[in-house]
Design a protein around this ligand. Sequence first.
Ligand SMILES: Cc1ncc(COP(=O)(O)O)c(C=O)c1O
Ligand SMILES: Nc1ccccc1C(=O)C[C@H](N)C(=O)O
Length: 447
Amino acid sequence: MTGAGAESAGVELTGTRPAPAESAPAESAPAGTGAAEPGLTEDETGLPPAALTDEAARLDAADRLRAKRDAFTLDDVIYLDGNSLGALPRAVPPRLAEVVAREWGQLRIRSWEESGWWTAPERIGDRVGRLVGAAPGQVVVGDSTSVNVFKAVVAAVRMAQERGAHRDQILVDEATFPTDGYIAESAARMTGCTLRPVAAGDVPSAVGSRTAVALVNHVDYRTGRLHDLPGTTAAVHAAGALVVWDLCHSAGALPVGLDAHGVDLAVGCTYKYLNGGPGAPAYLYVARAHQPGFDSPLPGWNSHADPFGMASAYTPADGAVRGRVGTPDILSMLALEAALEVWDDVTIEDVRAKSLALTDFFLRCVEDYAPAGRVRSLTPAAHTERGSQVALRCADAGEVMAELVRRGVVGDFRRPDVLRFGFTPLYTGFAEVERAARVLAAVLKEG
Ligand SMILES: Cc1ncc(COP(=O)(O)O)c(C=O)c1O
Ligand SMILES: Nc1ccccc1C(=O)C[C@H](N)C(=O)O
């Protein structure tokens, strides 16, 4: 599972600027602790002011989403890790305090009904649905992404085998985030299928009459490559199979169009671009047409047609509620609901436009500032193939990222040699992007 094919469309970053006269001063905070030293000046980065600084200012001035940054708790740290854990929306702490003090503290058990706790998974699911192009009634929030991958893949195999018992193969994106691959392997064993890893881009040619389901990531977590959701979905359907998309790295970053492209099932987390908080509940999309046939492998009582009937026999509820399992994690769920308020007056098209502008600008700044040959972008140059992150291959990526974090530029390191920078259009500005590239260049020159 190397995802090596993703490199071919990457950007060669040659570096065009002269080496700096001086190197940056040593830092005192221990690396990798998040104890960052914000507020670097241009002098400290060892680079002269550049035309790109002026361009950043112009881009920030023209940015329609700029004011959204105020909806988040941020500081001087340049936070480029929102593709792992989104920043804290200001609406969350007061809402959580209210939930704890009043809904739990005073209303106690009454809150399941009076505070809308019981229906939170589908109510919040509809809010997530709007952001991924799903009409109401098809998304439920709950459990982790991993658990939802399990539900979706097993249910998809069951539906595919209803069409033909000979469908005994699960295709999985070979470069997938590992949890999807592990769970698909277990799902294959449980359903009598074999698991066939293929490059996401090869799913359309690999899918066939034996395929039950293909499990594909919309955006690759390492390279930031955006896969072709409409084309792959259509090819899987033409072969009579179903497709499950993992939207972890695309929801809240770009338009997904689940309904428009006829996706069968999808899953995703809410702690990245949706800013739901650490361990925030994930979601499951079950297209309306599949809901009557969705046979959950985890038919908990919350998915029962009459949960409080406490019947010994299981009768599934109608609709996406079928994807629920047990009692929802109300505190995390209501934190997510408050976090989603920032999207009320935002279109995903505006977010996408800014996301591409941010990643374009970062690539240009790195190209201009970084020493020749030290980093190479694994992220495709073509907009149609790019998510909302930039992944740079760098020989000593672990040390470089630790030093970046010490200097107040937080991205992350993915073994063995990838520097990953996530761009979150709701709160990342162009001046930060320029500065991040400047600090990166200084670190690379010193190293
Ligand atoms: C593509 C993808 N799938 C799944 C996960 C994680 O799943 P879970 O939410 O179960 O930890 C991640 C990140 O953690 C991811 O990037
Ligand atoms: N859930 C986490 C918990 C702790 C640390 C990272 C994560 C991530 O989400 C990693 C992310 N999925 C990634 O693309 O690397």
